[in-house]
Design a protein around this ligand. Structure first.
Ligand SMILES: *[C@@H]1O[C@H](CO)[C@@H](O)[C@H](O)[C@H]1NC(C)=O
Ligand SMILES: *[C@@H]1O[C@H](CO)[C@@H](O)[C@H](O)[C@H]1NC(C)=O
Ligand SMILES: *[C@@H]1O[C@H](CO)[C@@H](O)[C@H](O)[C@H]1NC(C)=O
Ligand SMILES: *[C@@H]1O[C@H](CO)[C@@H](O)[C@H](O)[C@H]1NC(C)=O
Length: 474
């Protein structure tokens, strides 16, 4: 039996624009969206997905121990070049859907587990957004079941469909995904048409096996790995709305993008849902912040979140180490400001090596007061069994990050190229439909759970239009 409470979803979105009074002349003139997608699904016990993973690992280990032939299917890897949207606010890649295949840009989000696209039948919230036309795909199957996802600041809803999805040379023939015809205004920002969730099935709102997990389970990957190299444009005043975003690799790592070893840390038992790691070390300019042990300091490693959110006590302890810092108010409630000439060096450790966040990544933007806004903010998940920390791109720009399915773990390594990062001087990638080197048919949905579909499992950003808007709701 699954012990699972209904999730709560919290999403906080903040829009900064240099045209506005509170804006940051020192940064990009592009509007900046800060998506803090937070969704909470308590994972109390080992879930079906975790049991399935465990069972599979036992079988594979025993088979290899006793000399069984490895799968004869050719294994491979592939990569997708990313786009950095609005000075590191979000990173998207492209995938192709249907027959004939049509390419769409999607946010790559390791903090959620569903794929959805805006529908050509979209009634609201899709203006200027490239949409998916189900009737143009001969392989599309309408599952005629509703799909709804709720965010703190909006929602997307529609139906569940099934079609061929291709990405980075991989193809899943019967991927279940949401085709959304009602999308809250501002949820999608052109040219992005939807979102690809890269976390575990346990938190899939649709109940569907995520695209990546189907590939992994069908043994088509060289290695059970997905890896990100993310570029940095936040501190580049010349940055355009769209810049090269780095590389997403599936089925292996790309050795040219990192140096040294990959320091893997296991996802704690019972927490395979998000890509969860315990945060065990946090330093600010050499001073250690005291962290609760165990699940009190679990962190979701989340490419779909711009910043870093954590418990009030630890966030205030961080700023207590920064002279003349102050809690911000109004729309910035939960954030802190500090003198812009202060170099803030935050380091994180998840049990192994210690990783630094560049001071320029901590320094989000300069406000009209002359003070700077810090990238760490107070966050309450509203659920005791949800990770209290969300570690997003503020940190992930500083490392090569590797999401390993087996054993379930997340690894970090030193980036090969400092500064803006590898590929940052190249062109902004355009969606291309490449050759398929591995094609699989997935298990579809391993369970059916209508309550889950109605409730929504993630809260990937939403941006309200306005001067400076912070929206926060449950
Ligand atoms: C799917 O079928 C439902 C009726 O069951 C219909 O209302 C909906 O428009 C269809 N959606 C798509 C994307 O084909
Ligand atoms: C590694 O990444 C670089 C830069 O994105 C790319 O040019 C190269 O083809 C990649 N190699 C592999 C094996 O994916
Ligand atoms: C930040 O602190 C770490 C650990 O003390 C150190 O290795 C790193 O060089 C520092 N970075 C900066 C930019 O000062
Ligand atoms: C942005 O920050 C990175 C990391 O601190 C630094 O290497 C780079 O020179 C900075 N770029 C600009 C344009 O200031």
């Amino acid at each position: 039996m699954r012990l699972e409470a209904l999730p709560t979803t919290l999403s906080l979105a903040l829009l900064l624009s240099a045209e506005d009074a509170l804006a940051a002349p020192k940064t990009s003139s592009q509007p900046r969206e800060l998506h803090i997608p937070l969704s909470r699904r308590p994972v109390v016990q080992r879930s079906d997905a975790e049991w399935g993973l465990w069972a599979r690992q036992q079988k594979e280990m025993l088979e290899s121990k006793y000399g069984a032939e490895p799968s004869r299917r050719k294994r491979t890897s592939g990569y997708n070049l990313l786009t950095d949207q609005n000075a590191d606010s979000s990173y998207f890649g492209s995938l192709a859907v249907g027959t004939p295949p049509v390419a769409y840009n999607v946010i790559l989000d390791t903090g959620s587990s569903d794929l959805w696209l805006a529908s050509s039948e979209c009634q609201s919230g899709c203006r200027n957004i490239p949409t998916f036309t189900a009737s143009s795909s001969s392989s599309f199957k309408n599952l005629s079941e509703s799909f709804a996802i709720t965010y703190g600041s909006g929602k997307a809803s529609g139906v569940l469909g099934q079609d061929v999805i291709q990405m980075a040379g991989f193809e899943v023939n019967n991927q279940i995904f949401g085709v959304c015809d009602v999308v809250s205004n501002g949820l999608l920002n052109s040219p992005v048409s939807g979102l690809l969730g890269l976390a575990w099935q346990a938190i899939a709102s649709s109940g569907a096996t995520p695209f990546w997990q189907t590939l992994y389970q069908n043994n088509v990957w060289d290695q059970p790995l997905m890896a990100f190299q993310l570029t940095r444009f936040q501190n580049d005043s010349q940055a355009a709305a769209l810049e090269p975003g780095g590389t997403f690799t599936m089925g292996n790592v790309n050795n040219s993008l990192y140096t040294g070893n990959i320091d893997y840390q296991n996802i704690p038992s019972g927490a395979v849902a998000y890509w969860t790691l315990p945060l065990v070390g946090l330093n600010v300019n050499g001073n250690a912040i005291t962290l609760p042990s165990g699940s009190g300091s679990y962190a979701a490693i989340d490419t779909g979140t711009t910043l870093v959110g954590g418990p009030n006590d630890q966030i205030s302890a961080i700023y207590a180490q920064i002279p003349n810092s102050n809690p911000a108010s109004g729309n910035y409630e939960g954030y802190y400001t500090y003198p812009c000439d202060t170099v803030v060096n935050v380091t994180l450790s998840f049990g192994g090596q210690t990783w630094s966040i560049a001071p320029g990544d901590f320094q989000l933007t300069q406000l009209s007061s002359g003070q700077c806004l810090g990238a760490f903010f107070e966050f309450s998940s509203g659920s005791t069994s949800a990770p209290p920390w969300i570690v997003g791109d503020t940190f992930l720009k500083n490392v090569y990050s590797v999401f390993r399915a087996n054993p379930a773990s997340v690894g970090f390594a030193t980036l090969a190229v400092d500064g803006q990062g590898a590929g940052a001087n190249g062109p902004v990638p355009t969606p291309t439909i490449g050759a398929v080197s591995a094609s699989v048919t997935g298990s579809g949905r391993s369970h059916s759970n209508s309550a889950r579909r109605e409730s929504g499992a993630w809260g990937w950003g939403a941006v309200a239009v306005g001067v400076v808007v912070a929206a926060c709701a449950l």
